[in-house]
Write a protein that binds this ligand. Structure first.
Ligand code: FES
Length: 302
């Protein structure tokens, strides 16, 4: 086993779940990760931060958003170029660095393309706090609703948030940790007979005839909703500066994903840019995980 694991084994809020270890290979070397974790997190847990080099200037590429949005984490996985932060690790995977532009493999298409077609009152895209709150209100009114999310779990960014929320207790569970708010909302939704939950389901397109194409775990479905509610959340953004795409520069959401969702020790020393709520929280999470925050820089005097 040539790699040394970098995982967070002690945390004041989170516990390392019992997880099944599986073997895979990285650049033909044997490696071990946790079954079902993001391939990118499995590599980070092995101390591997450079996933390949860009085809234009050969700059090293790694993680930035950890949320399937930027493509910086692309790797060849079983011969196919994929965003490794949204691919669950499986036993025996052949994972390789992506150097330059990949060649696309010839893959057989289906013999017959026959998507399942269905209708609903409301289709909600995104099962974060907004999508879940909407599903609860629609469920209370008995309206047929489908709640779709591309991840395996309800909650969106709440599942990364180990801190207690501020604001109003009545409106947004102030005083409760985000991870627990996700569980509370998920519990409420599970009581709603008119709400169907589709996890691991990726919306591929909203078409001009009002239908929505969704790749679900069991195949492609086309949904015709009366109303479409888009609750897909925010995108990870960064300040543009020389080197801002290099491995080691992360968006706050990516950092929270690796540290709080996947319990991966993605760095030893952290420099935080920005001291408003996200920057402060971004500095608080690594302290919990036993990492060193060397400094936090903020342009404002407070
Ligand atoms: S798409 Fe994976 S890090 Fe952005």
């Amino acid at each position: 086993m040539p790699f040394q694991e970098k995982r967070i084994n002690r945390h004041p809020v989170l516990c390392q779940p019992d997880a099944e270890r599986v073997e895979f290979t990285f650049n033909r070397q044997p490696a071990i990760g946790v079954l079902g974790e993001a391939v990118s997190s499995a590599l980070f847990a092995l101390g591997i931060h450079i996933f390949g080099h860009h085809h234009t200037d050969e700059s090293p590429q790694g993680m930035f958003c950890a949320n399937g949005q930027c493509s910086q984490c692309a790797l060849l996985i079983d011969g196919i170029p994929l965003k490794s932060c949204i691919v669950p690790l499986e036993r025996g995977m052949d994972v390789r660095s992506l150097e330059g532009l990949p060649l696309l493999k010839d893959l057989p298409g289906p013999d017959v393309f026959a998507p399942v077609k269905l209708q609903t009152g409301v289709l909600i895209l995104g099962a974060g706090p907004s999508g879940m709150a909407a599903a609860i209100e629609l469920g209370k009114a008995g309206i047929d609703t489908i709640l779709v999310d591309d991840t395996a779990r309800l909650g969106g960014k709440l599942v990364l948030q180990t801190h207690k929320f501020f604001g109003s207790e009545a409106d947004c569970y102030a005083g409760t940790r985000g991870i627990h708010i996700a569980e509370l909302l998920a519990g409420e939704i599970s009581e709603m007979d008119s709400v169907d939950i589709w996890l691991n389901s990726i919306v591929l397109g909203v078409f001009s005839d009002g239908t929505v194409g969704i790749r679900c775990a069991d195949g492609y479905r086309i949904v015709k909703p009366e109303f479409l509610l888009v609750a897909t959340g925010a995108r990870e953004k960064s300040l543009p500066f020389p080197g801002c795409t290099l491995p080691g520069v992360y968006g706050a959401g990516a950092f929270q994903t690796m540290v709080n969702r996947d319990l991966v020790r993605c760095a030893e020393r952290i420099f935080v840019v920005g001291g408003v709520n996200v920057g402060l929280i971004g500095a608080y999470h690594p302290l919990h995980a036993g990492m060193t925050v060397v400094a936090l820089a903020e342009a404002l005097p407070d």
